[in-house]
Design a protein around this ligand. Structure first.
Ligand code: GLA
Length: 743
């Protein structure tokens, strides 16, 4: 029998998908691809031989469809041998693992819908991008959907809202599910309750996500990584009903290096699941009830610009606020401790802030420098992106603002409340005005709400026609939009490159990159208010060399940070070369702090960073004099995260008015030492353990460029350590650190 060429290619394609790879997985590296949308394309018997072939691990833009946004279909042909069933002890479910798809998908197996993630523009509720979500669809094998030993078609309808589109993150595959895969040791959702400060009560929920009972046992062992000792070991039967859950509870010491190793064993097969979790511990000592004043001690403002300063102070309520030497034009709200008004004349004004309660009184000097510069210390606050993605709303912004105050964070200097992408209307009005969309009915009212609480109002846009989330950008409306921001009371603009690159030549010159930022920088200076200008162009064209010259107060130096250690290391520990570019009024921005509960608009999950990794990120970003922007859901903030974000000695390193960024002074295989000069000749030193073991390290005065006689203080523990001497031995868990201040 002779085969025609298309038929041969067809069988080669099937083999490419079905014949390679490990025997328990069938990789799916190839697909047929077409742009457009047609419901008939899910049909397994459709003749798609004329469709183009494409791989399933890279954006389609990189495979002959540059700049394509909208609908497209992938059709993956796969021969599934009936012997594949024998690769599982439990041949009842087929897993169709598609990895992540940019942005939304609807997936059919031989014409039967097996899953959908995100929403298409026509769907009720409108477009919802879920580009980061893993697609792990399951097919029940009790039906007859699978054609064993024959060609099967997985048809994936994709909608791409902008940027990269389609498959991009790893090769999809088929796998027979094992029953034990229904068991999840959900350490990310484990809850921890501190009993005092030294002990921790943890609850782990084990979830059975399969409709079949699970019979097995669980063992957990609490270990102390500092001593290498096992502290507790416990084993018990663990049986779960179909779709059931079970809980484990135990109490451990709360200190660095405590971790728990879980192991679940399926009784019938002996198959095992193992997970280790590092447990949280508190370093910041409990706040005194005596009044204390925190936050920046210097504030920049331009003459006549509206000025807003919320005095960051703690102590037992009620606190009373007063200010001595309040310059003409300013007034104080003595209940909230908010200074507002404006100063017409250039100069440096020294005020005395006073905060008192039944237990005493604290005072502190605040300098207001009225001149050309703002952002004299790095901005601190909250941004909506990593919690809510483009699903942000006026209600969520107001809730974040009130939580910032109610949680106590504002009392430590966290005072910006910044909307990221997703607020913009779909269209401009007839006269070209931009407004908020249906989730933002009144931008001005939102600004007033924030200002009434002494909080500052941040907004987001792109110099391009569209933002990264495919909302309207400012292109051609720059001045009009900036004046709208001014009317709404905006204090901070994050200006994100995104689709502006569509306007550039192929070469993308430095001048082309500078142009939109130069333009907006000039416009912002014309406004009757101070707007912190935050460039977001991911460090293109070495922005640290020219950001200041276009009027930027900060510039992103990297791509988006994610809540995993690799991302934090790649971004944070690569900042040393740019240190010199940072200074009062202009800061390097390595993106936000990825701690607390995050979700990017999807279901919230606790940060995937371990507690030590979170201590490291906050410490490193403080040393780098980076803008400190958190982005977690504040309504569910836990004791650990709050403790992490309210250490005034750590924050003071970031807010130091000298404004110098740390540089790396030492590096070996595991350890890095970073030093930040502080006001008055002091220095802050971060000693980071990048290795995977609990270790000790000897830091010498020479290494840090410090004095042997100089006294050291542990910033996290707020504890004096004595003189440096010959050197000091610090210990830190894997990915943890010590943060010292001295001279
Ligand atoms: C880019 C930015 C992010 C966020 C999104 C919004 O990815 O780098 O910080 O602003 O756009 O769409």
């Amino acid at each position: 029998m002779t085969m025609k060429l298309p038929a041969i290619l067809f069988w080669i394609l099937i083999c490419a998908n079905a014949c390679a790879g490990a025997d328990d997985k069938i990789p799916l590296p190839q697909a047929r691809f077409a742009t457009g949308d047609n419901s008939a394309w899910k049909d397994p018997d459709l003749d798609d031989r004329a469709w183009n072939q494409i791989n399933t691990h890279d954006y389609y833009e990189n495979q002959g469809y540059p700049g394509y946004d909208g609908y497209s279909w992938y059709r993956i042909h796969v021969l599934i041998p009936s012997s594949f069933k024998t690769t599982s002890h439990w041949p009842q479910r087929l897993r169709v693992f598609l990895s992540a798809i940019d942005d939304a998908d609807e997936t059919f197996f031989n014409g039967v819908r097996i899953g959908k993630t995100g929403r298409m523009p026509e769907d009720p509720g409108g477009y919802d991008s879920q580009y980061q979500a893993q697609r792990d669809y399951h097919l029940d094998l009790h039906g007859d959907v699978v054609r064993w030993d024959r060609d099967n078609v997985i048809a994936i309808r994709v909608y791409d809202g902008g940027g990269g589109g389609g498959f991009y993150k790893g090769t999809p595959y088929l796998k027979m599910a094992e029953k034990i895969e229904g068991v999840r040791l959900d350490t990310a959702q484990a809850t921890h309750r501190f009993l005092g400060t030294k002990r921790l009560r943890s609850t782990l929920t084990v979830v059975n996500s399969y409709p079949v009972a699970q019979v097995g046992s669980i063992e957990y062992e609490v270990r102390d990584a500092a001593s290498g000792r096992s502290l507790q070991r416990h084993k018990q039967p663990l049986n779960m009903a179909a779709m059931g859950t079970s809980q484990l509870q135990f109490t451990t010491p709360a200190r660095p290096g405590i971790e728990v190793a879980y192991r679940y064993r399926d009784a019938a097969t002996g198959q095992q699941l193992a997970v280790t979790q590092v447990l949280p511990y508190l370093l910041t000592p409990a706040q005194s009830l005596q009044p204390a004043i925190h936050g920046a001690s210097v504030l920049g403002a331009r003459p006549t610009s509206p000025l807003l300063y919320r005095i960051a102070a703690t102590g037992r309520a009620p606190l009373r606020y007063a200010v001595a030497q309040l310059p003409a034009g300013l007034s104080l709200d003595p209940k909230q401790g908010v200074i507002s008004g404006s100063i017409a004349t250039r100069g440096t004004y020294k005020l005395e802030l006073q905060v008192s309660n039944a237990l005493g009184r604290a005072t502190r000097e605040l300098s207001i420098v009225v001149g050309d510069q703002i952002a004299l210390t790095p901005p601190m606050g909250w941004n909506s992106w990593t919690a809510y993605g483009v699903g942000v709303s006026d209600a969520l912004m107001r809730k974040a603002a009130s939580d910032l105050i109610a949680s106590g964070l504002a009392a430590h200097g966290w005072n910006y409340v910044n909307i990221d992408d997703g607020w913009e209307s779909a269209q401009r009005s007839a006269d070209g005005e931009i407004s908020g969309n249906e989730r933002f009915p009144d931008m001005r009212a939102l600004g007033d709400y924030l200002h009434a609480r002494g909080l500052k109002f941040g907004i987001y846009s792109s110099p391009g026609a569209f933002t990264c989330g495919r909302y309207l950008g400012t292109l051609g409306h720059e001045r009009q939009d900036a004046w709208a921001y001014a009317r709404w009371g905006v204090d901070y603009l994050k200006y994100d490159l995104c689709s502006y690159t569509d306007t550039m030549s192929k070469e993308q010159t430095l001048a082309e990159h500078q142009k939109p930022y130069q333009l907006m920088g000039e416009i912002l200076r014309e406004l009757p208010r101070d707007v912190n200008f935050s460039l977001c162009q991911y460090g293109e064209k070495d922005v640290w060399n020219w950001g200041e010259s276009v009027g930027a107060n900060s510039w992103r130096t990297t791509w988006d940070v994610e809540d995993n250690w690799e991302s934090v290391v790649k971004i944070g520990f690569s900042q040393s070369p740019y240190a010199k570019a940072a200074g009062p009024g202009h800061w390097n921005d390595p993106d936000t702090l990825v701690l607390g509960r995050l979700g990017w608009g999807n279901a919230l999950h606790p940060s995937r960073l371990t507690p030590d990794e979170q201590y490291s990120q906050v410490s490193l970003w403080s040393l780098l004099a980076a803008p400190l922007l958190i982005g977690n859901d504040l309504s569910s903030i836990d004791a650990f995260t709050l403790n992490l974000l309210t250490n005034d000695e750590v924050i003071a390193i970031n807010q130091d008015r000298l404004g110098q960024a740390a540089q790396r002074v030492f590096e070996d295989q595991d350890w890095q030492v970073w030093v930040k000069p502080l006001e008055g000749g002091r220095k802050a030193v971060g000693v980071f353990n990048l290795g995977s073991q609990f270790r000790t390290f000897k830091l010498t005065p020479a290494m840090a460029g410090m004095d042997r006689a100089g006294k050291l203080r542990d910033a996290w523990r707020k504890k004096d350590l004595g003189a440096f001497g010959e050197g000091i031995t610090v210990s830190a868990p894997a990915h943890g650190l010590a943060l010292l201040v001295g001279r």
